[in-house]
Write a protein that binds this ligand. Structure first.
Ligand code: NAP
Length: 269
């Protein structure tokens, strides 16, 4: 039996176990996906390798620290966070490889909705972990990215890390930025606790594609405003789904059963 796992704290409400186990069931794989809340991240990763664990996901609060215990691929190194660990090439003494599939989650969520990113103007709201993965994903796909964040210095740091064509600002100029944009991602936590949108509704328009990284609740105020104005609305479960799909494909080398994983995920949201 292959064992996959998730390292995080807390992990009790994680949707990854049902999503990945739905994939194993659909393909008839003899595998299980289990969650851990380790006290010592390095020991946990080394212990997983020693036990023959096939792959790990890493979530809050360990995504940055995991860089110290893996050989990150180029994208994970640039983002500065790892959410997927692959042991397939690791022996005792050699670190496993570290990937960031949150970026692929953003790219593939848009692709699923036939949204093109190349040569588009994109606005990312936020400058935390989700925003970092999003900004790199959009820029790598050929979009011009503007990062808008409540704390402007964090937006500036992220824009500088992403590259020359990426700009940064605060939330005050957001309405004008979004009015002129093709793509918008909310990568803040605004919309989770209260029915509030981080973007003025008047800025949304029919030529815009909007991804809200928030997935609890699924139907956020931002997405309702977007739909009302004829924009393409992509909920956060698509990003969550496709980061898991990408991890599954990295670990197994097989195409993921996307529909089965999506049904398992949405059945729990
Ligand atoms: P994080 O690192 O803590 O970053 C939080 C971001 O939200 C920061 O940019 C912060 O701005 C901003 N923010 C918080 N409260 C705000 C407010 N009242 N007004 C304006 N901005 C505010 O969190 P994260 O890990 O990036 O997660 C952000 C969201 O993305 C969460 O809802 C999370 O569930 C979601 N997420 C979804 C996926 C997915 O697969 N769908 C993956 C990862 C995360 P400051 O810098 O000014 O504090």
């Amino acid at each position: 039996m292959d064992v996959f796992g998730l390292l995080g704290d807390p992990v009790g409400h994680s949707l990854s176990p049902p999503m990945h186990e739905a994939a194993y069931d659909d393909l008839g794989l003899d595998a299980r996906y289990v969650t851990f809340e380790p006290d010592d991240l390095g020991a946990a990763i080394e212990g997983a390798r020693a036990l023959g664990v096939a792959g790990l996901n890493v979530t809050i609060p360990f995504k940055r620290d995991a860089l110290d215990y893996v050989e990150p691929d180029d994208l994970a190194a640039r983002i500065g966070a790892v959410n997927t660990v692959d042991f397939s090439a690791a022996d005792a003494g050699t670190p496993p490889t570290g990937h960031n599939t949150d970026a692929a989650g953003v790219r593939r969520a848009f692709a699923h909705h036939d949204v093109t990113l190349a040569d588009r103007d994109a606005v990312v709201v936020g400058a935390g972990g989700a925003a970092r993965a999003t900004a790199f994903a959009l820029a790598d796909a050929g979009a011009t990215v503007h990062v808008a964040n409540r704390t402007v210095e964090r937006a500036e740091e992220l824009a500088e890390a992403v590259g020359d064509r990426t700009t940064a600002g605060g939330l005050d100029a957001l309405e004008a930025r979004v009015s002129a944009a093709d793509v918008l991602v909310n990568a803040t936590s605004v919309g989770m606790e209260e029915d509030r949108s981080p973007v003025p509704a008047d800025a949304l328009h029919a030529d815009l594609a909007v991804l809200d990284a928030v997935y609890r609740p699924l139907d956020t105020r931002l997405l309702r405003d977007a739909r009302e104005r004829g924009a393409t609305a992509v909920d956060g479960a698509w990003m969550l789904l496709y980061q898991g799909v990408e991890a599954f494909e990295l670990w197994t080398g097989r195409d993921a059963p996307v529909d089965a994983m999506n049904a398992a995920l949405r059945g729990r949201l």
